[in-house]
Each structure stands twice: as structure tokens, then as C-alpha cells.
Ligand binder design. Structure first.
Ligand SMILES: [Mg+2]
Length: 177
């Protein structure tokens, strides 16, 4: 029996499939909603922390609420999928947005998004997952073939560990492109 190792090219291809978002923007309001509609996307599964709400904020800004309303006016369904372990924080945001969602999602593990899809009868092929972290939001989307959109974190001041993770994420996504 011979053992075959993956070539560097194959590894790069796998990394590309997992780490490169379908689209990347500075902020959520830069997302082209018309284009998403053309892709038959009907549902936006949104990360909360640093995508819609900075760590310092408890309530969503008017700009973010306006954007979410614009998404709804365009016919999109909105769900929150947050790794935050505070039920209170996620519920408060969900009630502000008037949407449903899960906290403690443990992205990039897939069970919570599958549970979300089962609970609300969502076709993941018609969903886009939007978040600020490659290692959580983008990998989860790409792993399940859910349209992945990366946005820059709202709060650029972060812990050294988080900063290191962001730097590595952005370095890898640029390098692999
Ligand atoms: Mg986040």
C-alpha cells in the first residue's frame, strides 16, 4: 500500500475553497442586494458581533437598523447566528431587528446553521452567510456551500489575540486568491 500526500497545489486549492469568501466588503451596506437576488438568494444569515454590533455597543445603530430594514423591504428574510454566549445580548439584537436567531452557535461547526435551517424551513442554497471572521463565518459558509460574504469588523480596536487572528485570516485570503 502506498501513502500519497497531498501536493502543495491541492492543499492550496482546498484552502481556497474554504477560506475565500464569495464576496468581501468594508461594511454590510456595501453588499449588492440586487446581485444577491439575481443569485436566487432569499435569506441572510447574519453574524452579530462586529458585523452588526461592536463589542462596546448593546444596541444596534440607526444605520444598521436602516440597512436591515432595507434588506427586509427588498424581500430578504433575516436570521441571526451568533457565537456569543449571552442569550440576553443576542435576544436584544433579535428583538430590535424583529428577527429570529440563535446564540452560542459555535461556528464554524455546522450543527447550529443546520438546526436553524430545520427550525425555519430554510433552503441553505438560497441563503447567504454574512460575517466578519474568515475562520468562523466564511469557513462555515464555504463548507456547506452557503454563499459567504465577509465584511470588515466594525470595531478595529481588539485584543492582541483577535488582532492576530484577523491578520492571519486576511493574509491567507489575500495570499490564496
Ligand atoms: Mg463576528
Amino acid at each position: 500500500m502506498t501513502t500519497r500526500f497531498l501536493s502543495l497545489k491541492e492543499i492550496t486549492l482546498i484552502m481556497q475553497e474554504l477560506l475565500i469568501p464569495k464576496e468581501a466588503y468594508e461594511a454590510v451596506w456595501d453588499i449588492n442586494l440586487e446581485f444577491l437576488k439575481e443569485q436566487q438568494i432569499t435569506t441572510l444569515i447574519l453574524d452579530l458581533d462586529n458585523t452588526l454590533l461592536s463589542n462596546k455597543q448593546r444596541n444596534l445603530s440607526i444605520q444598521h437598523l436602516n440597512w436591515l430594514q432595507k434588506c427586509k423591504d427588498n424581500g430578504f428574510q433575516i436570521y441571526l447566528l451568533s457565537n456569543n454566549r449571552s442569550k440576553k445580548r443576542v435576544s436584544r439584537a433579535a428583538s430590535q431587528i424583529e428577527c429570529n436567531g440563535f446564540y452560542l452557535a459555535m461556528k464554524p461547526f455546522t450543527f447550529s446553521i443546520k438546526h436553524l435551517a430545520d427550525t425555519y424551513n430554510l433552503n441553505l442554497k438560497q441563503c447567504a452567510i454574512i460575517g466578519d471572521q474568515v475562520f468562523k463565518d466564511v469557513i462555515l459558509g464555504n463548507w456547506l456551500n452557503v454563499y459567504s460574504i465577509l465584511v470588515e469588523p466594525i470595531d478595529k480596536t481588539m485584543s492582541i489575540f483577535t488582532r492576530a487572528q484577523y491578520t492571519l485570516e486576511r493574509y491567507l485570503t489575500k495570499k490564496l486568491k
